[in-house]
Design a protein around this ligand. Structure first.
Ligand SMILES: Nc1ncnc2c1ncn2[C@@H]1O[C@H](COP(=O)(O)OP(=O)(O)OP(=O)(O)O)[C@@H](O)[C@H]1O
Ligand SMILES: [Mg+2]
Length: 372
């Protein structure tokens, strides 16, 4: 098995008003021509990992390689091999969709005719042909995301990084995008995607790493992660807290997973949903408890998290991802820029705003650093 991406003990601490250990020894390997999913709640370190792998940011320590090339020592080579659609759209507001894509093609030193044809094909594939000649500032959020993705594909990269590619997309666009990704992978592209949606990882990823507070806390196929968790979640809502206590006890008997409770809502993951539901109903009935809500549902990432960490995703270290772009960021930029190519100028480009740092990298491949 050949690995297209390897990360080995990556560490990154952001030192600002408060020290943030964004990556605390993250390792994983991505098999060629597969989708690898990095899952995690807000602030887990997903974007930081992607930024290191795409040469935007230097790790404090650890190594990472893309198609055998070290991201710190051979950033310019790495940039010619990769595409990135960042978490925050990296496109120029004042240019039209077509102009944005054309610019990316030109920055990648592709010939005029090649660029024209590829851009037209991508606009078509992403349903943007009608809007192609309107300035981006007239695009909806979903259209921008689609354009950002198209931009990542202009240079036909062998390795594609997608940072929460479907956040903010409607279900239809999300589905379309999943199909595009599947086709790319069928044709040999390797994709690393970050997501907060288990469903997305489940559909696309061959392997997953669940990241929390800068560490990989679980790894495996989606099937394994869900199997570890139990196939289904049984959710029981009660009238009052007293009933919830007794329901906890009744559901604990279903085993092997322990029920959890939030107010008067009790949840338990179960391996055989329908059978467990019947047993639970009988137990509740014999206790004289009538729930106001009784549901069987697929586990969500939140459930995986709860099971793995004992707390809900989105709490704790998260919620502060927007801090980027502060003095720390500029510091990192200077560090990264030292002695390396012009391309690292992308980091400096963050001056325009938080996380806008996706910018230069999104334009991909060679020469993007020079982008104004
Ligand atoms: N440039 C920066 N300066 C200071 N702290 C930062 C910087 N970039 C990220 N962080 C912090 O590092 C941690 C990891 O952030 P990161 O953006 O990698 O998380 P994430 O998993 O991508 O989260 P989200 O799901 O919200 O996008 C967070 O606590 C974040 O606030
Ligand atoms: Mg992120």
């Amino acid at each position: 098995m050949t690995h297209a991406i390897t990360a080995d003990d990556l560490r990154k601490v952001f030192r600002g008003r408060r020290e943030v250990r964004a990556l605390d020894g993250v390792s994983f390997a991505v098999e060629e021509a597969t989708v690898f999913g990095l899952l995690g709640p807000n602030g887990a370190g997903k974007t930081t990992a992607v930024r290191i792998l795409t040469t935007i940011l230097r790790p404090d320590s650890g190594t990472a390689r893309v198609l055998g090339h070290d991201v710190v020592h051979e950033p310019s080579v790495v940039r010619t091999l990769i595409g990135l659609a960042g978490q925050y759209a990296a496109v120029d507001e004042h240019l039209t969709g077509r102009e944005n894509l054309t610019m990316v093609g030109r920055l990648n030193h592709l010939g005029r005719t090649v660029v024209r044809d590829r851009v037209a094909a991508l606009l078509d594939e992403f349903g943007l042909t009608d809007a192609a000649d309107r300035p981006l500032k007239t695009y909806s959020g979903g259209m921008r995301r689609r354009l950002d993705l198209a931009a990542a594909l202009v240079a036909r990269p062998s390795v594609l990084f997608l940072d929460e590619p479907t956040t903010g997309l409607d279900p239809q666009s999300r589905n379309d995008l999943w199909e595009v990704i599947e086709t790319l992978v069928d044709n040999g592209t390797t994709v690393l995607l970050t997501t907060q949606y288990l469903e997305e990882a489940d559909r696309l990823a061959k392997m997953l790493a669940v990241v929390d507070q800068g560490r990989v806390i679980a790894e495996g196929t989606p099937a394994k992660l869900k199997a570890d968790l139990g196939a289904t979640v049984l959710e029981v809502g009660l009238h009052d807290h007293g009933d919830a206590d007794r329901t906890m006890a009744a559901l604990a008997a279903l085993g092997p997973h322990s029920p959890t409770r939030e107010g008067s809502l009790v949840e338990v993951t179960v391996d055989d949903g329908p059978r467990a539901a019947m047993t639970a109903l009988r137990a509740l009935d014999s206790e004289g408890i009538t729930p106001i809500h009784f549901t069987l549902r697929e586990p969500s990432l939140d459930d995986v998290f709860l099971a793995l960490t004992g707390r809900r995703a989105g709490g704790g270290a998260g919620q502060d991802g927007t801090e980027a772009g502060t003095g720390t960021e500029a510091g990192a930029g200077t560090g990264a820029g030292a002695g390396t190519e012009a391309g690292t100028g992308t980091e400096a480009g963050t001056g325009t705003g938080s996380e806008g740092s996706g910018q230069g990298a999104s334009a991909l491949g060679a020469g993007t650093g020079g982008r104004p």
